[in-house]
Ligand binder design. Structure first.
Ligand SMILES: N[C@@H](CCC(=O)N[C@@H](CS)C(=O)NCC(=O)O)C(=O)O
Length: 213
């Protein structure tokens, strides 16, 4: 059976759990990272030298980087429309996955960590304000897409909705009011309609909507 290393409240581990649920792939998950620790053992470093979660082991095939894992599982267990067989639709799905990992995720990540895990006196408020403002602007691009299509890659829910689908929950739940930045969480109409579509999905409620760390 597929093995997945990572605590279940990590956004990147949620990506893999959600993908497995959509594709009907059974897995065994091992708690590691965060309060569980365990990322700096030689055994773990041999699997993932970055010492991060998630990692999968599929019958001896080891893979890290969450979006690569989504793509691997989607290719191994073809399931249209989640893993689109049409290359143009797949390209659109890939584009929004890249946008999460290269653009919106790196802007949200450092601010998220400080708002959720740092004491107020230890926070770098300038960085937080700059990054939150940037993220708010990036969501407008997503909103524009969703003004044209029901889901990010077109008419159907696909793997392209997974990475940003997790971050919209983070964005909704993040206590921006605690850092005086709540005005940046504008409930963009298309974006929030998409978020409601996601919340109507059982896998989303069970796997993604379980709180932030
Ligand atoms: N680009 C990597 C990022 C992985 C990453 O940053 N994982 C975080 C959790 S979301 C982590 O391992 N943090 C250390 C920890 O949880 O102890 C991916 O997408 O898999």
């Amino acid at each position: 059976m597929l093995k997945l290393w990572g605590r279940k409240n990590s956004s990147n581990v949620k990506k893999v759990m959600w993908t497995c649920a959509e594709l009907g792939v059974p897995y065994e998950r091992i708690d590691i990272g965060g309060p569980f620790g365990g990322l700096n053992t030689d055994e773990y470093k041999a699997m993932n030298p970055m010492q991060l979660i998630p990692v999968i082991d599929d019958d001896g095939y080891v893979l890290w980087e969450s979006n690569a894992i989504i793509r691997y599982l989607s290719a191994k267990h073809p399931h249209d429309p989640f893993a689109p067989s049409d290359v143009k639709i797949r390209g659109h799905a890939d584009r929004w996955m890249e946008f999460q990992s290269t653009t919106l995720g790196p802007a949200l990540g450092p601010a998220f960590v400080q708002i959720v895990r740092f004491k107020p006196e230890d926070r770098d408020m300038k960085m937080i304000a700059t990054n939150i403002e940037k993220v708010a602007g990036l969501w407008q691009h997503v909103d524009r897409q969703l003004g044209q299509t029901k889901w990010l890659a077109g008419d159907n829910f696909t793997m392209g909705d997974v990475p940003l689908g997790i971050l919209i929950y983070t964005w909704d739940q993040l206590k921006l009011e605690d850092v005086g930045l709540a005005q940046h969480r504008e409930k963009l109409p298309n974006l929030w309609r998409w978020y409601e579509q996601l919340q109507a999905m059982k896998n989303y409620r069970d796997i993604v909507m379980i709180g932030l760390t």
